[in-house]
Design a protein around this ligand. Structure first.
Ligand SMILES: *Cc1c(COP(=O)(O)O)cnc(C)c1O
Length: 358
């Protein structure tokens, strides 16, 4: 079996989670209610310190319903240039809701208030209306970067004072809490709506939730239906998510410690380097120096040696730790990483010498 570090979404339900799924009490959640899904929604809202939450099949949907309920067609939201909502959801905000995004380049996904001040457009018939700020914590492209708490609070306070709404893409908010000890509710209090995923680090097979004030979540339910995300006996899925929520949050620190093993290997290996330089949580991104080849070649060599990774740019490779990889497997992956980099470097050296010989 290869060591699969492509994503924290590759986890399979644990035996205990499968038991929870098998015993889930269910009902038709479109006609009236599914009791297990209702419990998941209540528990999620409680953890996030919000009045209500609504379960959806994916984080893409919770994000898109989130931006949808805050904006009208022709409105604009501000977001960081590398964020998931802008880059990895097919521009659904434009396709489905007629919205415009204004991106601002952050440092590993982190924005400063000064970068946003002045971006709110004045009321004028020529202009779109600025309505919303979206932040991401932890930041996927930023190598699982935790948004600094004070900056985040400052941005949201400014946004609300300026009459904007705020949405958090918290697909990995659980990791931010595990890394900082700042509760999910503390982070969430600064946002009108918060999207969280159960299918990433928590290890559930399917599902996300959008949390916020009752009125907004009622509106979100309408749009979930519109987007095709209302589900029938979804307690089957909710049972897994609820199990994950209660049992898998506290272990995320193990994933973070395992990521450090990989990060150290990258730092100590010539020809590859952490980019961004800090690994806060469970995502490690590194740059492959062109003298070793491309990211795709590096990924292929890792695969050959039994480690699965993802090329996320021409020279960028991503590794993600999760529930289904142990410390020992991460240590093995770390040695493989060193060997592959060394192998590629000497292979290239040999090729260059060969060329020189002719
Ligand atoms: C994975 C992810 C999502 C949602 O992805 P789905 O595959 O649609 O569940 C949203 N935001 C971030 C930052 C993510 O990493």
């Amino acid at each position: 079996m290869p060591i699969d570090l492509r994503s924290d979404t590759v986890t399979r339900p644990t035996p205990a989670m499968r038991q929870a799924i098998a015993h889930a009490e269910v009902g038709d959640d479109v006609i009236d209610a599914d009791p297990t899904c209702r419990r998941l929604e209540e528990r999620t809202a409680e953890i996030l310190g919000k009045e209500a939450a609504v379960f959806m099949p994916s984080g893409t949907m919770t994000n898109q319903v989130g931006v949808r309920i805050h904006c009208k067609p022709g409105d604009e939201f501000l977001c960081e240039a590398g964020c998931h909502i802008y880059n990895y959801e097919q521009g659904a905000f434009a396709q489905l809701s007629g919205l415009v995004a204004r991106t601002v380049e952050g440092a590993a996904g982190v924005l400063e208030l000064a970068q946003l001040q002045g971006l709110i457009r004045p009321e004028n018939d020529h202009l779109v209306r600025t309505r919303l700020v979206c932040l991401e914590n932890t930041h996927n492209r930023g190598a699982g970067k935790v948004f600094p708490y004070e900056e985040l609070a400052e941005i949201c306070t400014w946004a609300h004072e300026a009459g904007l709404r705020t949405h958090l893409d918290g697909a990995r908010l659980w990791n931010a809490t595990a890394a900082t000890g700042i509760s999910e509710a503390m982070w969430s209090q600064h946002f009108d709506t918060v999207s969280v995923c159960f299918s990433k680090g928590l290890g559930a097979p399917v599902g996300s939730a959008l949390a916020g004030p009752k009125e907004m979540i009622r509106e979100a339910r309408r749009h979930r239906k519109l987007f095709g995300g209302a589900m029938r006996q979804d307690g089957i899925l909710a049972a897994a998510a609820l199990y994950a929520l209660e049992n898998h949050r506290s272990r995320l620190i193990e994933d973070h410690a395992n990521a450090q093993v990989l990060a150290t290997a990258v730092t100590e290996t010539e020809g590859i380097g952490l980019f961004p330089a800090d690994v806060d949580t469970n995502i490690v991104i590194f740059r492959v120096e062109p003298r070793l080849g491309t990211a795709a070649q590096f990924v292929a060599a890792l695969k050959e040696a039994g480690v699965l990774s993802l090329a996320i740019g021409p020279q960028q490779v991503r590794l993600v730790t999760h529930l289904d990889v142990s410390r020992e497997e991460c240590e093995r992956a770390a040695s493989v990483l060193r060997e592959v980099a060394e192998g590629l470097a000497s292979g290239k050296r040999a090729a260059t010498q060969l060329e020189a010989a002719y």
